[in-house]
Design a protein around this ligand. Structure first.
Ligand code: MRU
Length: 351
């Protein structure tokens, strides 16, 4: 896999910055950004320069570690207060993907576990924790890819929505992982990628990643999914997730629940793939998941040479929706495939 696909978020050599591939510029430009200030980090997550639930978590971990290193000469109590403040600040950048708070809490717990450490030692420990989150994600994606690959056959048609590939994670990805792994093993799939309005992650990122990997990918508008299913071209749907509730309801990119409803109609298995870091057992059901609302301009004018709606028209722009657990054939994690009833199978992952 090419370098920038698998190493698009990392700590700067000076240990006080974070380097990211700016995903908003893809597929036309491959440019890296160096983030030093908390505001730059917040903005990079908020504007989807770095996006995808696991990648947001990895990035947030590195951001807090870099900010801790910058502040290592503070007095111990000031250092800890600053850490707390900065973690809260970064956590407010996006609400839906649980990996953001999960990663920041993990670093917070690490700092808490060493109350007598001086700031340089605490900053080094946070760096170690951030690197561990990244390394673990690589291993989790690889395991998810293996479990997902066992659900499909050579030659199958697979439909995916949004982007849950290496750019959204570390390596391989979740929903795209089985396809990339299968390709490495000489298998061929016909992949249909929903373009994913309004921010076009499917067009800009998924078709880019799969095409670069030599996978047969066909880009479709979101409203064409029913047609390709009806044509008999789809054997399975693979999507990622941003937060999975204890009952198996799964939040993912807006439009995902519509794909699941269509898949049910056509008798096509619909799988959600994600690491256990995306499962939130403290959240009982999908209704408890906060859905991010974004700027209406993403619908009306972004990507268009001129506005495509009248000035002042009302818009509703939720970034995610929740797929009901009854529509999901399996939730594929690094530990294996959870099947209904999800309340039991998901809880067993953490037992
Ligand atoms: O708004 P985005 O681009 O961050 O949304 C991304 C998704 O919805 C992905 O499917 C999800 O985060 C899983 S990524 C492995």
């Amino acid at each position: 896999m090419s370098q920038y696909l698998s190493d698009h978020v990392h700590l700067g050599d000076d240990l006080t910055s974070v380097v990211i591939l700016d995903q908003t510029l893809l597929p036309n430009r491959v440019e890296y950004l160096t983030l030093r200030e908390p505001e730059e980090m917040f903005e990079a997550i908020r504007l989807l320069r770095v996006r995808g639930a696991p990648a947001i978590g990895i990035c947030a971990g590195y951001c807090l570690a870099a900010l801790a290193q910058q502040r290592k000469d503070l007095k111990p109590d000031e250092f800890r207060q600053e850490l707390h403040r900065l973690a809260q600040y970064l956590n407010a950048s996006r609400p839906t993907a649980v990996n953001l708070s999960w990663a920041l809490n993990r670093l917070g717990k690490r700092a808490h576990a060493m109350p007598d450490a001086d700031p340089p030692a605490a900053a080094a420990a946070l760096r170690e924790e951030a690197i561990a989150i990244h390394q673990e994600d690589i291993a989790m994606c690889r395991a998810i890819s293996e479990h997902g690959l066992a659900l499909i056959h050579d030659g199958d048609g697979v439909l995916t929505h949004c982007n849950a590939g290496p750019l959204a994670t570390s390596q391989y990805g979740t929903a795209l992982g089985p396809l990339l792994l299968g390709k490495e093993r000489g298998m061929n799939f016909q992949v249909f990628a929903d373009e994913t309005r309004p921010l076009l992650q499917g067009a800009r990122l998924t078709s880019y990643e799969l095409h670069n990997a030599g996978i047969d990918v066909t880009l479709i508008c979101d409203n064409m999914a029913s047609m390709v299913m009806k044509n008999g071209w789809i054997n399975a749907c693979f999507v990622g997730c941003d937060r999975v509730a204890a009952n198996g309801d799964a939040a993912n990119k807006i439009g995902t629940s519509g794909v699941a409803i269509l898949a049910k109609h056509y008798g096509i298995p619909f799988y959600v793939l994600g690491p256990t870091s995306t499962i939130d057992l403290s959240c009982p059901a999908g209704d408890d998941i906060q859905i991010e609302l974004r700027d209406p301009e993403e619908i009306k004018s972004k990507f268009y040479a001129q506005p495509m709606a009248p000035a002042g028209v009302k818009c509703y722009n939720p970034a995610f929706d929740v797929t009901d657990h009854s529509l999901i054939a399996g939730i594929v994690t690094e530990k294996g495939v959870c099947r209904p009833p999800y309340t039991q199978s998901l809880a067993a992952l953490f037992a």
